[in-house]
Write a protein that binds this ligand. Structure first.
Ligand code: ATP
Ligand code: MG
Length: 204
């Protein structure tokens, strides 16, 4: 009796997976385009920058060339920077001067962001660069240090096969509309709120 039930269950499972495979195969067959993607990783939850650096690792693993531009952040002691700087196919720019609540100077923050964007504009004109990460770019947009229309125009005019990943909370609507892939990290829980400081290897 139990053997019959097992056989029945196995058959039902196989049929279900066959149907699922047909649906998955059809969806894969429909996705036949190749292009440089614009990805936005936003939201309050942890995982935006670390996801972007995961894509950098993937790209470098394929022999592609990558660039990282970090807005806001002024520190150069992160594990990701130490690790990726050892790689020949990556350029790394720390373009920030620290958090807005530390600088407390609108004119200076604006100037820093504009200088940073000039560096990024050169990257966006370089077809040799396969993947660009613009870490925390959402803040210069949110605070108006950079003109969003001009930034979107530069992004649209980049080489057609170049991928760009933008991270940061509160991504502007217009940026999300232009993007091909948008992920919102949802904050369910964070150790920081239980009093745990940023941990090496996890947070920096
Ligand atoms: P990560 O770099 O770990 O992927 P992130 O890019 O999503 O994080 P940021 O907003 O850039 O997040 O914040 C960077 C730092 O703040 C990291 O140390 C991260 O662990 C921490 N952090 C992220 N989300 C939260 C949160 N909801 N509460 C407290 N700290 C957070
Ligand atoms: Mg981040």
């Amino acid at each position: 009796m139990s053997d019959c039930n097992d056989a029945d269950q196995a058959l039902r499972y196989r049929r279900r997976m066959q149907r699922k495979k047909e649906i998955v195969d059809a969806a894969i067959a429909r996705a036949d385009q190749t292009k440089g993607l614009l990805l936005v990783l936003t939201g309050n939850g942890k995982g935006k920058s670390s996801s972007a650096f995961g894509m950098v690792a993937r790209a470098l693993g394929h022999g592609m060339r990558a660039a990282v531009a970090q807005f806001i952040k002024g520190r150069s002691d992160t594990g990701e920077e130490a690790f990726f700087r050892q790689h020949a196919n990556i350029v790394w720019h720390v373009l920030g001067e620290g958090f807005t609540w530390d600088t407390q100077n609108l004119e200076r923050d604006t100037e820093t962001a504009r200088r940073g964007w000039a560096v990024v504009q050169n990257m966006l004109r370089d077809p040799q660069l396969d993947l660009i990460v613009l870490d925390e770019l959402t803040y210069p947009l949110k605070y108006g240090w950079l003109d969003i229309a001009a930034v979107l125009e530069d992004l649209q005019n980049r080489p057609s096969m170049q991928h760009v990943v933008i991270t940061g909370r509160a991504a502007p609507q217009a940026l999300c509309e232009l993007a091909d892939t948008v992920t919102e990290m949802h904050d369910v829980k964070h150790a920081y709120r239980s009093g745990v400081m940023a941990q090496k290897g996890i947070d920096l």
